[in-house]
Design a binder for this molecule. Sequence first.
Ligand code: ADP
Ligand code: MG
Length: 624
Amino acid sequence: MQKGNINVTAQNIFPIIKKFLYSDQEIFLRELVSNAVDATTKIKTLASIGEFKGELGDLFVEIKIDKSAKTLSISDRGVGMTPEEIEKYINEVAFSGAEDFVNKYKDQAADKGIIGHFGLGFYSAFMVAKKVEIFTKSFQDGDTGSHWTCEGNPEFTLESHERDSRGTDIVLHLSDDAMEYLEDHRIRQLLNKYCKFLPVPIHFGTKEITEKNEKDEETKSVVPDVINNPSPAWTKTPTDLKDEDYKNFYRELYPMTFEEPLFHIHLNVDYPFDLTGILYFPRIKPNMDVRQNKIQLYQNQVFVTDSLEGIVPDFLTLLHGVIDSKDIPLNVSRSYLQSDAQVKKISGHITKKVSDKLEELFRQDREDFSKKWEDIKVLIEYGMLSDDKFFERAKKYALLKDTDGKYHTIDEMRALLEDQHTDKDGNLVVLYAADAEAQHSYIRKAREKGYHVIILNTPLTPHFIQKLETALDKITFTRVDSAPVEQLIVKKDDELNSALSEEQKETLKTSVEGIVEAKRFSVSIENLSENEDPVIITMPEFMRRMKEMEATGGGGFFGMANLPETYNLIWNANHPLTKKVVDEADETTRSEMIRNANDLAMLSQNLLRGEALESFIKRSFDKL
Ligand code: ADP
Ligand code: MG
């Protein structure tokens, strides 16, 4: 038997491993199972190139719990290790990795992100075990088997150990504070999280299955329970997969989700970086509580994380699916990731692929694309807002829905509006509404004037139109209720005639101001068409947009949200009722007429509330 000291310069590294890694303790299982899978893949490769000529046998990895011995073991029939290899890979190399880790990151222990992602490998076993044993026999001729033990200190023993079968058993004698790993459900949960798509079958426990024999009788048998799907869809060639296969894989990824994805994108790159994966577009409803962290990141089919911030642009974290890449460095902090050139390239590539797919769908089947639009528009608006390259590409297929339910691209919209909607300064004024019900009368008036109105109703709308106005030439967006219809698109400077004299207007204005809440309403008397309502309430576009942008965060208009909402209260100088009010000699009657007309205008905008509403209703009843 050989005894020795594990090659370390740091005094005793084990307590440090324990302390640093405690928060992500559970990754030990991922590391040990990955090693077993690696060893299995190696023997397969050696067999395929003729360097291993023996029996491969049934290749799988098995995890076993022994409750009475308080051990957890991971076994494989892979390449195994000779004593020299144990010396090299376990006693020296692997350990120097751990040492590097500690030296490099001891000041950043708080940055939990790095801990789980650092492939501490074999030595992570000491996070949960007070003693670790390796029983192994190499595939190489002449090896008879070895037994290595280490009790969580720099001393190890290595002795020969007769063993029939090729491969490795790692036996963990669990520490008192790691007894949870003796529980079936806990191990199953971890295997499901980290090992669900590993490329070699993973056995854990057994299950009973019922089969029919030749005589058509049902027979029950007990078979190993296979945890994983060794060849998940993303590892296959897109041409070998049907739409149904992609849907099935979605269900495999999210067994608890019943909604079907809208469409998928199969990523498949090997140069200049390695990237495979499948991304799915889920339905994203405006105002829906969007669920991020649905994309899972794998490295060679080993689950790494489902928090992809920094790896893909924010707006793409709304997608679902899987990304698998060897080229994303995982042993570094998030802030480093964001500046890493390789990660930037990968992120740029994913964005481009997503955009290509959207454009393809738009070009190939516009009708179907329009049908899906409501479910994807939040993501596209978000992307257009946050990524200029994406904006440039998406502006070709981003759709605007009008009040008749027709969809137009931005260019089509421009062409359609050109004649009717160009104002005196040559700007194209796009009229929009957020809510077809609430803004019904404004929409009707605009439509009657021959205008088109589009519906923009996501939480991102104010930011989105601001972006369109800055990025596109000579275009402005105006909500239908931000001014009386004849003032929405100002075409000529010449005004309508007025039925009232300047003096009459002034007197009326003073009377109205004496009646409404001065803080909320700014009163004006304007020359509108006599078909327009006598009293109209509007909120100026600028004001509302700033307030909305404040409410959804960002925009930098400090303090706007605290401003009281102020409206324009406009009396139409040319409406017959206005004339009647002005001509009314009795002071009390005139005030009452003004009050009622104001209240009706407020009522139409859902602005009449509380005592004012009650009083209005009482007065109206009294008059019946
Ligand atoms: P890594 O997997 O990143 O190389 P590890 O610390 O996980 O680092 O493992 C160190 C080395 O020990 C491996 O590269 C491999 O050579 C050897 N090893 C670990 N587990 C096994 C195993 N089950 N079978 C064969 N060799 C193994
Ligand atoms: Mg490893």
